[in-house]
Design a protein around this ligand. Sequence first.
Ligand SMILES: [Zn+2]
Length: 156
Amino acid sequence: MKRDDCEFYHVGERDSACEYHPTWDYAPEEEPDEGIVKVIEEFFLPLYRTAKQLGLGKPVIYFFDPGEEEIVGKCVRELPNNVAILLLHTRSHLDCPAEEVAITLLHELGHLYIESCAVYDVFLETEQEERIVEEFARDYLHDAEAAVEKLISFCP
Ligand SMILES: [Zn+2]
């Protein structure tokens, strides 16, 4: 975990071509939970490989404070390199098993993939998309390859 110029702790290297910074939308989480950060650091390599398989760029995970908003994670895809920017609130995951942290990150990665499919004219209803990416995230923990294949099947 590193702290960048804008005081955001993050895991993963920021792509030099990347312009988006979470300071545009959120405050940094001052003291991300160390146990959860450790879980993320251990999960980073599989996440990185999966992002690559999905045609997304290098992921970077920021620890943010959603303030009044009831969100546990968010994602932003930065073009042109498809950088996968994931935002996570560790405080919302305090009483969760490590699996749930991975599920939040995979869920957001799933959204980025579906979003990247829009260029092929694949548009899904919000509810349908939520169902697909949540299923992807949960299936992934049992059989990652099958889950990735199934997610990819939604794009022609
Ligand atoms: Zn979602």
